[in-house]
Design a protein around this ligand. Structure first.
Ligand code: SF4
Length: 164
């Protein structure tokens, strides 16, 4: 791939795709990346793992974290108490394989999601509270050497792309 055309994995909901649990999107202006010549590749790990749209909201359980989910030591639970950990692991692996197949070095992921969160996730109690932590895909990409950024870190992503 041309060094001038870095490929960036992007949470599909940030690109306007209606893939969120509530059937909505979170469109974000990514014109600066497109103007830089970046190729944006939409991914939705929750959908890739087989979860439907719409779906019950999920959170990583209060006592757990994303690394634990990948290691099968923690769970991702729906608001109804359903264990969705397998779908989150499957979706994360699918997105990692996609990233590796196109040599993507960067990912721009939706903050606070149990799959995509980069710096923060929900508490695990479905109480609207936020805690520090990564989503399951973000953790897997991080462990695999792919640089992850949230929609709140686009200037930092731009800088990293320029240096690459
Ligand atoms: Fe967006 Fe990621 Fe949630 Fe899919 S899993 S809806 S891409 S935040």
């Amino acid at each position: 791939m041309d060094k001038c055309s870095p490929i960036i994995l992007v949470s599909a909901c940030l690109l306007g795709q209606k893939v969120r649990f509530d059937g909505q999107s979170r469109p974000t202006d990514l014109g600066c990346l497109i103007n830089k010549g970046c190729l944006l590749l939409p991914i939705c790990p929750e959908c890739a793992g087989g979860l439907p749209i719409p779906r019950s909201p999920c959170e990583i359980e209060f006592s757990g974290n994303a690394k634990g989910v990948l290691d099968k030591q923690s769970r991702v639970l729906s608001v109804n108490g359903r264990d969705c950990s397998d779908q989150y692991r499957k979706g994360a692996l699918h997105c990692l394989k996609t990233a590796q197949s196109v040599n993507a070095s960067f990912a721009l992921l939706k903050e606070k999601s149990p799959a995509c969160g980069v710096c923060f996730i929900h508490s695990g109690n479905f109480d609207g509270q936020i805690r520090e932590g990564r989503g399951v895909l973000a953790e897997l990409l991080h462990q695999s050497g792919i640089k992850i950024f949230s929609e709140n870190q686009i200037p930092q992503l731009m800088l990293a792309v320029e240096k690459s």
